[in-house]
Design a protein around this ligand. Sequence first.
Ligand SMILES: [Zn+2]
Ligand SMILES: [Zn+2]
Length: 182
Amino acid sequence: MRYHVAALLLEPVGSVRESLLDEPMPPLDADVVAVAPVRGQVRLLRSGRGILASATLATRLRLACSRCLGDTEEEITFSFDEEFRPTVDLVTGVPLPAPDASEECSLIDEYHIIDLTDVVRQNALLALPMKPLCQKSCPGLCPVCGERRDGTCRCAEAEEPARAEGPMAEALRTWLASQGNR
Ligand SMILES: [Zn+2]
Ligand SMILES: [Zn+2]
């Protein structure tokens, strides 16, 4: 995800380079793994102060279902616009003053290379689904044994509401039964 931008920096403001990105996704997180390359259009625009990198990218991730914690896969798509500022003067090679800390931008290195890896990783993390599900109807985990509640565990009876006890409850049940028998 590295782009050499010396030539573009020498062009007039507004000049554009478009290219297709198709590369392995940078590592994201311990429990989020990309299972497909990250792909999409990258546009580099010569701006007044440097290079504006814009992209719309997509990839496919394997992550944990928020209900049953099993593996699930989801497509994510994300976009960004990130300004990169030069750190050295292109013609003289003299270092340029660093941008203000308050100005949010990335830097073009002293070899005139833009590296999108961090920007891609950060924006992919922002695009992670809040509550991924392996399927819309995922039954989640059994609160008793902790297994996925898909009918294989034997705790179903234990989850029934407790049977009311006492003479009043017994009388009510008898009455309800008699009503049903009419
Ligand atoms: Zn699930
Ligand atoms: Zn169970």
